[in-house]
Design a protein around this ligand. Structure first.
Ligand code: FNR
Length: 182
C-alpha cells in the first residue's frame, strides 16, 4: 500500500521558507510514498464551537481539511513563529480537529524555521503541546527547529546546508518507522 504523507505549512507567504522546507522533504520521500501539501489553510472558516459537531463537515473546507488528515499515514507541519506563537491560521486549523480527533496516534513531525538563532523554538514547543493534547504521535527525532533559515535556502528554494538536510532525512525516517510500527 502506498503511504501518504501530508505536509502543512504554517505560512501563507508565496516565497515561504517553511513551504520550501516542505518541498525539500517531498524530495526525500522513500519509494512507495506519496507526498501531498495541504492548500486549504486560508479557506477554513474561523473556528466556532457552535459550528462544530455533526454539521461541521457540511462546510466544504472543514470536510476537505479533516479528510486530508484522515487519508494521511503521517503528517509534517512546518511553521514560522509569529510573536513567539503559532501563526493564527495554523492554530485555527488545529482547533477544527480537537473534537474530531484526526491527529490521534498519527505519526506527526513538527518543524519551525526562522531567520533567528533559536529557529522559532517557542512556537515549536507550543505546537507540540497542542498536538500532544490531541494525542498525535511525535517521534523524538521528528521535532526540529531550523535557525538562520534565510541563509540556508538558495534562490530556487533548495536547502544548501548539509546538517539541516541530514536532520530532515532523519525526521522522514523516524516518521516512516512510526508508520511501520502502527
Ligand atoms: C515574524 N518573525 C518571527 N521570527 C521568530 O523567530 N520569532 C518571532 O516571534 C517572529 N515573529 C514574527 C511576527 C510576524 C508578524 C512576522 C511576519 C514575522 C520572522 C519570521 O521568522 C520570518 O518572517 C520567517 O521567514 C517566516 O517564515 P516563512 O514565511 O518564510 O515561512
Amino acid at each position: 500500500k502506498t503511504h501518504v504523507f501530508l505536509g502543512i505549512s504554517g505560512s501563507l507567504r508565496k516565497k515561504s521558507s517553511n513551504t520550501w522546507l516542505l518541498s525539500t522533504i517531498e524530495g526525500m520521500m522513500p519509494a512507495g510514498t506519496e507526498f501531498r501539501i495541504y492548500q486549504g489553510l486560508a479557506s477554513l472558516p474561523h473556528f466556532n464551537p457552535d459550528l462544530d459537531g455533526d454539521e461541521a463537515e457540511s462546510h466544504e473546507a472543514v470536510h476537505v481539511w479533516r479528510e486530508e488528515l484522515r487519508e494521511a499515514d503521517a503528517i509534517v507541519i512546518c511553521t514560522p513563529e509569529y510573536a513567539r506563537g503559532v501563526p493564527g491560521s495554523l492554530k485555527n486549523a488545529l482547533d477544527w480537529v480537537v473534537s474530531s480527533g484526526e491527529f490521534m496516534n498519527k505519526p506527526t513531525a513538527v518543524i519551525s524555521a526562522s531567520p533567528h538563532p533559536d529557529g522559532g523554538a517557542t512556537a515549536l514547543q507550543s505546537l507540540a503541546l497542542t498536538l500532544k493534547m490531541m494525542s498525535a504521535s511525535i517521534p523524538e527525532e521528528a521535532s526540529i527547529a531550523v535557525p538562520f533559515v534565510s541563509k540556508i535556502i538558495g534562490p530556487n528554494g533548495s536547502v544548501t546546508d548539509n546538517k539541516t538536510l541530514s536532520s530532515l532525512l532523519t525526521l522522514v525516517r523516524a516518521l516512516s518507522q512510526a508508520i511501520s510500527e502502527k
